[in-house]
Design a protein around this ligand. Structure first.
Ligand SMILES: Nc1nc2c(ncn2[C@@H]2O[C@H](COP(=O)(O)OP(=O)(O)OP(=O)(O)O)[C@@H](O)[C@H]2O)c(=O)[nH]1
Ligand SMILES: [Mg+2]
Length: 682
């Protein structure tokens, strides 16, 4: 595929992904230093990296959004997307994936991170994105490389193909042998490694490991298999061609290694990307981009910068896009490009039009959203990929500390949600709460910090109010009488109500059973209004549901009766009746589906039972070997922070969805506590 050693190869877009804290940001820093985009390699611990430059990232010493950085290597432009590893920020990673040429999956030989590695690899496998594993932190590992591979292999559906083996000196890793090139290198700190003679023990282990590599390649290349069986050394070019082809076809996942903090293994990784990663043409083909005259780009991230306004980071998959070009998504016109920039983390630099394959920031595309397929033609190009955010699992109710910031808060939230579609917001009309749903504690905390830092709004956070209701267990007949004589016009309304409980989820009915006009027809709607009014706040303090009310009798006064008087009479009737009807609290119950690795199922069951969950059963998760789906009915209040326990029981990979199912009675101490808390709050 035109992979000549020399000459430009065209712009690439590569995502750095991998489990939490595996060294992605450090690797990006090493790549930028090695390729001369930055003068000196910063560190995550000192808060000096290009990747984690935002206040929130520095504060938490972890990536909280994708960082985009373009550099040049051997005459070609490379844009690296340093993705957060935390599952709570996974949407930022997921949104970048469709348009990349290849992913570098940075990982460690750490059994606690294998489950998360598997999730990420699955995502790449499903999208058919070629991927390298970069085994990082090999300065720290006490494992043999073969042992490390054995540990990681279950995370990948295709064979992990070891491309390098380490060289040890006094139990310290000093370099590596490249199995394809059959060359030994010693590492030098922050400098390219040096080639050394390959002999002695290193040569022996090289032979073994190389043979294993070739055997794996030969599974998809009969001729190579024959050569191996006949003990004929295969030509080097053939090996390289196979490596590139099998990577691109997703048949193997090559494994390179290094120490990001010391820039070790970085050059080898860059060269592998240069020779083996697909080009934009292949990526466009994978996505079904129609190559005609129009320009096509995919938005992989949206930023609202403090000074520069909205910036849509997009990869150009066809044509070229410069200033003044009008772009549209299938849904609407996105806007006219105003400013094309090259990105290096938070630094942006204005530049000319972006060519096919480049990943740049476009200014002022007011209606472009992350994930949009934008095009310049008359007919918008169909969406090449759709990345749906996971539904939220944890919520907070937020409000501005000061009333004057209310409007500002609304605007800031809109921007925040545009930057991060895995946050959602809704307004609870009953409680007037602004509820923000996110992917976990840290996700929501960072959102709050951004509101404070970037938008200068002090906010208050609370647990969202649970939608308790109440109902009654006993019927009653009750008179409601309103009579007031205050000089001049008096007020008179008098009703008799039959009130009875109805089956759960039947709601509320009002029936007019007046005979003989004892309550004139025109006042009856007012009686109903009064009843509804009173039901908003039952004797326990919550809205009343599942009751039937019938107006059976009453009386009126020719002069003093009015709509208002009957409304008050209706209200009095209910307010006096309900406390005598054995009121009972109702709590919302949701149907929860938890996805978890099978070995965690027992723990999950225990968590659910501990939270008053009623387990309905569990099945194997369809299409997910080694995973289960546990289903349970759970009270809403117990779902509040369920995700925290689920993650801790599943090495971070468990997740759930939930849906309101029904209201259920809650009695005893828990109910008393809720009622007391409500009284105290009023
Ligand atoms: N010993 C050693 N430590 C490393 C290496 N690479 C990274 N680290 C350390 O590992 C920690 C995490 O590094 P990051 O680069 O922030 O990892 P990350 O994958 O970007 O983390 P998230 O984005 O939060 O998932 C930091 O303390 C780094 O200094 C390495 O090769 N060797
Ligand atoms: Mg990071």
């Amino acid at each position: 595929m035109g992979d000549k050693e020399s000459g430009p190869q065209g712009p690439r877009c590569i995502a750095l992904v991998g489990p939490f804290q595996s060294g992605k940001t450090t690797l990006l820093e090493a790549i930028l230093a090695r390729t001369g985009a930055i003068q000196r390699q910063g560190t995550v611990d000192a808060g000096t990296t290009v990747g984690d430059a935002s206040k929130e990232a520095r504060h938490h010493k972890m990536s909280v959004e994708v960082t985009v950085a373009t550099t040049t290597f051997m005459g070609d432009s490379y844009t690296f997307l340093d993705c957060p590893g935390s599952v709570e920020f996974a949407h930022d990673m997921r949104a970048t994936l469709p348009a990349i040429d290849a992913a570098v999956v940075v990982c460690e030989a750490d059994d606690r991170k294998v489950a998360q590695l598997q999730l990420i690899l699955r995502e790449l496998e499903d999208l058919k994105i070629p991927r390298f594993l970069f085994l990082n932190k090999i300065d720290k590992t006490d494992k043999e490389v073969r042992e490390s591979l054995k540990l990681l292999q279950p995370a990948s559906r295709v064979p992990l193909l070891l491309r390098q083996i380490p060289i040890f000196k006094n139990e310290i890793i000093t370099g590596f042998v490249d199995l394809a090139l059959e060359r030994a290198h010693v590492y030098r700190e922050h400098a390219p490694s040096e080639v050394i003679p390959l002999d002695g023990e290193a040569l022996d282990s090289q032979k073994d490991a190389r043979f294993t590599m070739l055997e794996t390649l030969a599974d998809h290349d009969d001729e190579l298999m024959e050569q191996l069986l006949a003990d004929i050394p295969p030509p080097r070019d053939r090996v390289f061609d196979d490596l590139a082809k099998e990577l691109r076809d997703g048949l193997v996942c090559p494994v390179l290694m290094g120490v990001a903090t010391r820039t070790n293994g970085v050059l080898r990784l860059l060269k592998a990307l240069r020779h083996e990663a697909p080009h934009v043409a292949a990526t466009a083909k994978r996505l079904g981009v129609k190559a005609n005259n129009e320009a096509v780009a995919v938005v992989l991230k949206t930023f609202h910068t403090a000074h520069g306004g909205k910036l849509s980071v997009a990869r150009v998959l066809n044509g070229q896009i410069g200033d003044g070009v009008t772009l549209s998504s299938p849904a609407e016109e996105a806007g006219r490009v105003s400013g094309v920039s090259r990105l290096l983390g938070q630094t942006t630099e204005k530049r000319g039009p972006a060519a096919v394959g480049e990943t740049v920031g476009f200014g002022k595309l007011d209606h472009a959203k992350t994930g949009d397929t934008l095009s310049s033609g008359k007919q918008p190009h169909p969406a090449v990929a759709v990345v749906k955010p996971y539904p939220g699992v944890l919520a907070i109710a937020i409000s501005a500390k000061e009333r004057k910031d209310d409007v500002k808060l609304g605007l800031a939230l809109t921007k925040l949600l545009e930057e991060d579609p895995s946050l959602t917001m809704f307004h609870n009309p009953e409680t007037h709460e602004m509820v923000v749903w996110g992917q976990g504690e840290m996700h929501l905390r960072v959102a709050a910090e951004r509101l404070a830092e970037r938008f200068g709004i002090a906010i208050e956070r609370r647990r969202p109010t649970v939608g308790y209701r109440e109902t009654i267990k006993k019927p009653i007949q009750q008179r409601g009488r309103h009579k007031k004589q205050s000089g001049g016009h008096g007020q008179f309304g008098d009703v008799v109500l039959d009130i009875k409980p109805v089956p759960r989820n039947s709601g509320f009915t009002f029936e007019d059973k007046i005979t003989g006009g004892v309550v004139p027809r025109n006042y009856i709607p007012s009686v109903e209004e009064g009843v509804i009014d009173a039901m908003k706040h039952g004797p326990l303090g919550f809205p009343v549901v599942d009751i039937a009310v019938a107006l059976v009798d009453g009386s009126y006064h020719a002069v003093d009766s009015s709509d208002m008087a009957f409304r008050i009479a209706g209200r009095i009737g209910i307010t006096e009746a309900l406390p005598q009807c054995q009121p009972v609290l109702l709590e919302p119950i949701h149907m929860v589906e938890i996805a978890c690795p099978s070995e965690a199922s027992t723990k999950i069951n225990a968590i659910l039972s501990g939270r008053r969950g009623q387990i309905l059963g569990f099945d194997t998760r369809e299409g997910w070997e080694g995973w289960d789906m546990v289903r349970a009915m759970m009270p809403e209040t117990e779902i509040g922070d369920l995700i925290i326990e689920v993650r801790s029981a599943t090495a971070g990979v468990g997740s759930f969805t939930f849906k309101f199912d029904h209201m259920a009675e809650l009695t005893g101490k828990p109910a008393e506590q809720i009622v007391a808390a409500k009284r105290a709050a009023e």
